[in-house]
Design a protein around this ligand. Structure first.
Ligand code: MN
Length: 294
């Protein structure tokens, strides 16, 4: 008893809301819940755009220019295409399986839209946007943008038919392509047949599992259906995943909590109220830079 990390809570998808007109999301991690930012720190926000059909559109849907400071935004595309542009020279289009990793740090302005070609054709759109907090000493560092195509994700086979696809962190001695500012792991896990896929993280780390497809078994007997997110407890390091029915796809997040105060205000996440006031002032005074003219 007690040798496996158990489930602390399971959450179904809360009601959807739109971010701009292009992202139809269930907000699972937010400052006020259903899973509080502090509980899943350093993963301080998670918006899940569950599969949704967007009809063809001549003007791409999305979110217009807005600022960020103090953290990183990570966009994982599962279906459809997302175009990104920021005012520090970062930008590009990502499609199914690709990841955008934007380190806002001291501040960027950016826009996030459906790509032109996806918009013209329409189709199913599925995506996760995650906000990863930065330790205080990196909050005012240089912004950075990484476009990580599916080919550069590191695949680690497990058992006969299962796969851990590493975005950040390590598994089985392999390392994902993203360098992070605090210890964390993000991976897509595909589980099939009878395979058992074990994960082991320090028990104090925060661990969450978003079930994207199938019916997942955690440890021996806990069945969790798709469109649910699991918060794992802190009682042990090791836990085991298995498919109960069909093929399972899970987005796994595991990270060492950043033990610093957090104050968030919309698109700014800092350590103190004073730093939030400064962020608002800097944004209003144009310190984040201007938006490039076409
Ligand atoms: Mn944004």
């Amino acid at each position: 008893m007690g040798d496996l990390r158990s489930i602390e809570s399971i959450h179904s998808l809360p009601p959807v809301h739109f971010v701009g007109n292009g992202f139809r999301v269930h907000s699972l991690i937010t400052p006020s819940g259903p899973i509080r930012s502090a509980r899943m720190n350093p993963f301080i926000m998670l918006d899940y755009n569950a599969p949704h059909f967007f009809s063809p559109a001549s003007i791409p849907r999305g979110v217009d220019v807005h600022p960020h400071r103090g953290f990183e935004t990570v966009t994982i595309a599962y279906q459809g295409e997302i175009a990104h542009r920021d005012n520090k020279g970062g930008g590009g289009v990502i499609g199914p399986g690709d990841v955008q990793w934007m380190t806002a740090a001291s501040g960027v302005l950016h826009e996030e839209f459906h790509s032109e070609s996806y918009s013209k054709e329409g189709g199913i759109f599925q995506m996760v946007q995650l906000w990863v907090n930065l330790p205080a000493k990196y909050k005012m560092s240089q912004p950075k943008y990484q476009s990580i195509l599916k080919d550069s994700l590191v695949e680690v086979p497990v058992g006969r038919n299962s796969l851990v696809e590493l975005i950040a962190g390590s598994y089985g001695g392999a390392n994902g392509p993203v360098e992070t500012f605090s210890p964390l792991h993000i991976c897509n896990v595909q589980i099939s047949g009878e395979d058992v896929v074990p994960f082991c993280f320090p028990s104090g780390w925060n661990v969450g599992l978003l079930v994207l497809e199938g019916s997942l078994a955690v440890n021996k007997d806990h069945e969790v259906l798709k469109d649910h997110i699991i918060v794992m407890a802190h009682n042990a390091a090791l836990f085991k995943l298995r498919a109960l029915e069909g093929d399972v796809k899970v987005l796994l997040l595991a990270g060492e909590p950043i033990k610093e105060p957090m104050v968030s205000y919309g698109p700014f996440v800092m350590n103190t109220e004073e730093e939030i006031r400064q962020a608002i002032k800097d944004f209003q005074e144009g310190v984040f830079g201007s938006w490039p003219k076409d």
